[in-house]
Design a protein around this ligand. Structure first.
Ligand code: TPP
Length: 331
């Protein structure tokens, strides 16, 4: 029987609705991606499919700790962040089915989307490159007098890039309120951590930058959320960057084209027993925040939203080839 990771944490510190919102975000992401995988194998998706199976507690736990003015640079594991910030499941299907009505108007295949009105930058694929975008964005908001913070999401592989070093060093020197969320899923594509870095933990590097590093169980949304609320609260008052290392395992391949055969079965089994959604259900029911039945209702509502979103997106048009050059240059 897997242990309840959050048993020592007091969930009553924050309103019940907040916990339910986090659980709902995790379900919406997981179930949407389950559908996406099926569609990918039916060749109905334009482009690849990269999922955040196993990462849901990280994106949901962090993004739900943000406020209206905050900025986010999610990566391919973080559908939860998009959904937590207000993107609809319908928009996600529009994007992956290359519909003209979607966030990139059917022009991207398919992960480079985001909505600035929701504080979410569209990612580019270069590992670590979005951290400095988050730095610049949040500095601009601070200059406008807003008490914004930024959350930049990277994998363990991204921490080996020069971009990571440049952005974190700069943020440290200029006291930028930046949470660097390291989703340490133990493999950078197929490269294991033993071939990625020598330090014991990635946050061991934080003192070298003169900043704080915090480690958290990335499969425990309660632990992630409570810790990030605390960090973000302090960061708003006293701007500074923090490295947050979330331990997890990517349950599927780097993308659906990859069978993740390089991840040992025993490791997969260990983390499958600590699935973030199961953990969250257990935490919420043990703390009597919600009954299993109430959580089942949320599950069915999410499934219905996904069925409806998919059907609606399917009925919408793909872009007209005559509009190909629209949006390429500023007008
Ligand atoms: C600058 C750069 N180099 C190489 C790649 C090719 N690439 C795509 S994903 C990946 C590994 C990603 O590892 P990690 O950041 O740990 O994410 P994970 O897939 O393990 O979640 C690499 C090398 C890239 N996108 N950008």
């Amino acid at each position: 029987m897997p242990v309840c990771p959050s048993s020592s944490l007091d969930l009553n510190q924050i309103p019940r609705n907040q916990w339910l919102a986090i659980y709902r975000t995790m379900c919406r992401a997981r179930f949407t991606e389950q559908r996406m995988i099926r569609l990918y194998h039916q060749a109905k998706i334009f482009g690849g499919v990269y999922t955040g199976f196993g990462h849901e507690a990280i994106g949901a736990g962090t993004a739900h700790a943000g406020g209206d003015n905050d900025l986010f640079t999610p990566c391919i594991r973080d559908l939860t962040v998009h959904l937590a910030r207000g993107l609809s499941v319908l928009d996600v299907f529009r994007q992956f089915l290359a519909r003209a009505t979607g966030p990139t108007r059917g022009r991207d295949g398919n992960v480079h989307y985001g909505r600035l009105d929701q504080g979410v930058y569209a990612m580019i694929s270069h590992l670590g490159a979005m951290i400095s975008v988050a730095v610049g964005g949040v500095m601009a908001r601070r200059r406008q007098g807003l008490d914004a913070v930024a959350m930049a999401y990277v994998g363990d592989g991204a921490t080996s890039t020069g971009d990571f070093h440049e952005a974190v060093n700069y943020a440290s020197v200029f006291d930028v309120p930046l949470l660097v969320v390291i989703e340490n899923n133990q493999f950078a594509y197929s490269t294991p951590n033993s071939q990625q870095y020598r330090c014991k933990h990635l946050i061991d590097r934080a003192p070298g930058y003169g900043i704080e590093g915090v480690q958290v169980d990335g499969n425990d949304a309660v632990a992630v959320h409570l810790k990030v609320r605390e960090i973000v609260g302090e960061m708003r008052q006293t701007p500074r960057p923090v490295l947050l290392e979330c331990d997890t395992l990517r349950i599927r391949g780097h993308g659906e084209h990859d069978d993740a055969g390089y991840i040992p079965e025993a490791l997969k089994a260990e983390y499958a027993a600590r699935d973030p959604l199961d953990n969250m259900r257990r935490s919420l029911t043990d703390a009597e925040i919600a009954t299993a039945r109430e959580l089942d209702t949320i599950d069915s509502e999410c499934q219905q939203e996904i069925d409806e979103g998919y059907q609606q997106a399917l009925a919408e048009p793909m872009p007209d080839p005559a509009t190909l050059l629209e949006g390429v240059y500023a007008e």
